[in-house]
Design a binder for this molecule. Structure first.
Ligand code: SF4
Length: 310
């Protein structure tokens, strides 16, 4: 099972300052079919009531304080501690979906106010979210609003599944398991960042002994590389590379059909799912151990339909 942390209000829990929620259909009904959630509300978790007075981020944009607007109570440490004392529970998570704009949960562009003023800049990060990122730098985190964008949604879910696999393997990792993991994600990584794929491959090749430090750096770099969007050009390069594997099996008209489909994808006429569906069909008819091992062909469950929007 994949465990995912989520701002409790996104699952429909009425924990917001105004007694409401911010239910996310994608979290509740689509992703929710495949993961087990750990819903947390940091503000309720530090003892605030529902409803409650609003909190603002105030002061230095790079290190603002979370302050209750009415009373001036500073909740910064309490919100940070809320994450720290749950470290063991949070360490089981493969990803986190956060509620946007919140001074506790917001991941980016949270308003930071000047002291005793309404002047603000949208450049902050929620206190809980910031601590979470510091504690688990490789863990995929995303905001509910950004998940409405098909590319960002696909990218988050893709990273979620790769990181969940990593967490499972990391329990008994050795060099062989690490090399196999790297090889299995080759095409995926090539689509997102060729340079990092090659750099990491070179470092793995020169590796004498595994260390916790190496593993942490490796997974952070791999996850950062995957967070870069893969363009149509990048996917086209990967698809054309894969196309070569079927040359010996399919006749010339089928080869032309596949090549045309890849080009139609490249020009934005077809979604990514179109050439991949045909390739998966050929893969079933002409099995190839290397291609079948590649996460690129099925990085997450098909019923999420994430590649139809790419
Ligand atoms: S955004 Fe975070 S702190 Fe605010 S209600 Fe939702 S879970 Fe609670």
């Amino acid at each position: 099972m994949i465990y995912v942390g989520v701002s409790a209000c996104l699952l429909g829990q009425k924990v917001r300052y105004d007694g409401g929620h911010k239910a996310s259909g994608f979290c509740q009904h689509e992703l929710g079919r495949h993961v087990e959630y750990l819903p947390l509300c940091p503000e309720v978790g530090v003892g605030l009531s529902v409803p409650r007075a609003t909190i603002r981020l105030i002061g230095d944009v790079s290190a603002p304080r979370a302050v209750v607007q009415k009373t001036g109570e500073d909740l910064t440490e309490k919100l940070e501690d809320f994450a720290s004392v749950r470290a063991e529970q949070l360490a089981k998570l493969s990803g986190y979906v956060l509620c946007a704009k919140s001074p506790s949960c917001g991941m980016e562009r949270v308003r930071v106010y000047e002291e005793n003023s309404n002047a603000n800049v949208k450049q902050g990060m929620g206190i809980f979210a910031k601590r979470l990122q510091k504690m688990f730098p490789a863990m995929p985190m995303e905001e509910d609003g950004r998940l409405n964008d098909p590319e960002l949604r696909e990218n988050f879910v893709l990273r979620l599944y790769v990181y969940a696999e990593w967490k499972q393997l990391a329990e008994n990792i050795n060099k062989g398991i690490l090399y196999a993991f790297h090889a299995r994600h080759k095409l995926l990584l090539l689509a997102h960042n060729q340079a990092v794929y090659r750099e990491l491959g070179r470092e793995l090749g020169e590796l004498d002994a595994l260390s916790d430090e190496f593993l942490e750096t490796y997974i952070c770099r791999l996850m950062a590389a995957l967070s870069l969007p893969a363009t149509r050009k990048d996917h086209t390069n990967v698809l054309q590379h894969v196309q070569g594997y079927f040359k010996q099996h399919i006749d010339s008209s089928s080869r032309t059909e596949l090549a045309d489909l890849i080009l139609r994808y490249h020009h934005g006429i077809e979604p990514l799912s179109a050439p991949l569906t045909l390739m998966n069909h050929y893969l079933k008819r002409y099995p190839d151990a290397y291609l079948e091992s590649q996460s690129y062909f099925q990085p997450y469950p098909d019923d999420l339909r994430l590649r139809y929007g790419l």
